[in-house]
Design a binder for this molecule. Sequence first.
Ligand code: ATP
Ligand code: MG
Length: 482
Amino acid sequence: MNAILTFLKNFADSDKQPIRSAKVARQKFIEKSPEISRVTENYKDATVIPRTEHNVSRQQISDNALKVVYKLKKEGFDAYLVGGCVRDLLLGREPKDFDVVTNALPEELARLFTNCRIIGKRFRLAHVIYGREIIEVATFRKSGSEKPSEAQRSTKEGRILQDNLYGTIDDDVWRRDFTVNALYYNIRDFSIVDYVGGIADHKAGLIRLIGDSNERFREDPVRMLRAVRFAVKLGFKLHTDCEQAIHLNAHLLASIPAARLHDEVTKLFLTGYGIQTFEMLRHYGLFEVLFPAVEKDLSLETSNFPKMMVINALQNSDKRIAEGKPVAPYFLFAAFLYEPMMKRTNEKLAKGMLKSDASFSAASEILTQQVRRVSLPRHLTLTIREVWNQQAKFEFRVGAKASKLLMHPRFQAAYDFLLLRAQTGSASEELAEWWTAYQKANESERRKMTQPQAQPKSTKPKKKRVYRKKTKTAVVSNEDSA
Ligand code: ATP
Ligand code: MG
């Protein structure tokens, strides 16, 4: 029993054990790479803001992030908090996550922390995992090298594909994106190290790229989305160089793998600032690269109805996030793409396709196109289809169909989507109100509501039923997980 308890205690405390082999590995590495100094606190041309002159306190830092930096310090490494957490703490905001940067190598981190996973190819990073909290720990990197090596690769346009050349803090700072994201909080003396005028830009509320804006966006076009995200989230302005460079380089986003854009788009629209983000992305020509079919539709429309659908969906989800309620990404995508899908359906109907075939094939086409640009996991595209499919079924209110629809596992999402359509004029308010009442009604009221005579008279002229000969419909490519 005692042996088991000792084992469990050692297991729980395992990250407190000194890792001798890590030190040996590091020593060997340093011998081979003399440019990495063991302690890098002789900053070249940096301003050091002492603890007494800034408002970042250890109390605001997550216990797990502190555990990581203290352990690194204890093992003789440098360790800094960097990036969004320092930026947000300076504003008195709670950071989304804590990023650590150190001179320990990924392999050393893996040995130091048993709760650690090395991830990434483009950038090798360590994730130190504490239950639901992940502390991302990166090794100082160098940007650009006269001798391109295996560790660094880029496309002929200059987009960085791989960047695993390690360096010092003096190197690391120049590969960061914006000045306000390049502030280092030093755990040894609680000072902030600023190489790039980040504190001044932070005070002025400016998002400014480090280095040449066009070049930095060419290296990684996703930085344009990050610029918009931070400007909206922090209430900062884009520096004019940054603005101009976005106008020039927006099209480069199309070269980014769809899976990476999925993550960015989720952060852009599902963190509570959807409306402003949407407006700003459109202003800079970035939205049209992410959602070409939606943009085409928005810019063609003379009345403001489709734009309202997107805006109302974003408003609803921003409101839910502000109230601490969960938001479903599929719902937003369903709203973004609904109008383009309906347009495509109508074009197919006009060509004589049957209604069910037209809707199915329009949904396939729109989703297939979209996932090529911004990937959506298959379970999301399936749910989007379901929500769209249910919309036509809301029209059937006689007999058992209504109660059957009510039992559908996606009823709630489909009903919420019907409300959104009613708010923006794409479904009648009477229909939405009927479904609201139907859900609240008891069994006998529901029976009465679904009697044929209880139905409100349709204002549309009755169409003569036409029987068609069944024809083979085109099979639509359903690849790319749509
Ligand atoms: P938040 O976590 O609040 O979204 P963040 O600035 O911390 O914002 P992360 O994606 O967590 O963003 O990245 C941490 C830091 O790594 C950034 O602050 C920045 O210094 C650097 N970084 C991240 N992505 C890039 C990039 N594409 N190009 C250059 N530097 C980057
Ligand atoms: Mg972060």
